[in-house]
Design a protein around this ligand. Structure first.
Ligand SMILES: [Zn+2]
Length: 112
């Protein structure tokens, strides 16, 4: 499952940081997920909670922030939130290129 691979990646990052900070307990993981990242939040939470059993992130809370899909016009630089897959610039009719909404990253970690 796609979300399982993502959960593994997140756990790896968390473990790496914990090792560097000489921490043995991760309390919170902040994630930034774009609307278009193709991640099912519920599936990710489920995979993560089963994956962290017995690890230093066992009690970590997943805090997920969704980023809206935003496009910028190639021709006139107009920026807008994209709805209903409409990538046409309302100002000039040009094409909007995605500038945010595809991100998937660990934004911050809290540990003891
Ligand atoms: Zn435009």
């Amino acid at each position: 499952m796609h979300e399982m691979a993502i959960a593994e990646g997140i756990l790896d990052i968390a473990k790496e940081h914990a090792a560097r900070e000489k921490s043995d307990r991760i309390t919170k993981i902040g994630l930034l997920i774009g609307e278009m990242a193709g991640v099912e939040e519920d599936a990710l939470r489920f995979c993560f909670s089963s994956l962290v059993q017995g690890t230093l992130a066992e009690e970590a809370e997943l805090s997920i922030k969704r980023m809206p899909l935003v496009g910028r016009c190639d021709a006139c630089d107009y920026e807008k939130q994209i709805e209903n897959y409409n990538f046409i610039c309302p100002k000039c009719g040009g094409g909007l290129a995605v500038v945010s909404g595809r991100e998937l990253r660990v934004e911050y970690l809290e540990m003891d």
